[in-house]
Design a protein around this ligand. Sequence first.
Ligand SMILES: [Zn+2]
Ligand SMILES: [Zn+2]
Length: 281
Amino acid sequence: MLHDISVSNHETSDLGSSIVMKETWDTRIQRAERLAIERRDSAELLSFYAALLGAQKQVYEQLRALKSWLPSGSLERDLPVLRTMLPGLLEIVEANAPAALASEARSLLSESQSEIDGMLIEYWQAPSDVQFFAKAFLQPYASWLYESGAKPDRNLVEVENRCPFCGGKPQVSVLQIKDASSDSGGRDLVCSTCLMSWPFRRVICASCGEENPDKIGYYHAPDYDYIRVEACDACRHYIKTVDLTRFGFAIPLVDEVAAASLDLWAREHGYTKIEMNLLGI
Ligand SMILES: [Zn+2]
Ligand SMILES: [Zn+2]
């Protein structure tokens, strides 16, 4: 079913469908709802993701609506305001998530303030893709930091394959048509924490920086011809790339979740994802 489509710089693109949609919480939610109908094999996953995105949107809008308060970028300082928004997200997760996650949400709802603060600060300073609640809750906060111009206070290393704004790992890679002078050849990485994107050279491993094209393989599944796995044989890590020049209506963050069959393939072939998505895939 899956096949190696060659390892080279040559990539086909259909310039005719290069419509790049402006991504907002609403476009993400709509895309997840639509894919939940179209992709029956991932329907449950996508319906939950749509609900989760709705919960994240609620956090984001509550933050934006505060007229006399802007975040400082120091999570510790912002927590007194931010933490009041967590129960709303937990309730939505409890009502929509698979049983195990729903029960975790329920127990967090009765957790002490210091436990909750500790969990959020730990993620902020030492992020891990298995910390579902902190990651889900802090994505809208970090997005709002970016938009409101606050500098995130995180002690994370500044390297090329980390978000230049907040230091987060890349969640998904995106190909799109940009002006010809762009150094990255039209490739961006999307941050797993603040969800902004930054340009990143095209043929290079987003984990270890391997540049030898013979070490980087591209794999497609026929049912998602605009999404591919980019797997590195030097460090055995992979990331998925959503090609907006082939399908301009994709919302990378969401379509990446839908194409879970590609992750299954990558895992079976011994590759580890650079950053699991919120659905644990
Ligand atoms: Zn970021
Ligand atoms: Zn690598």
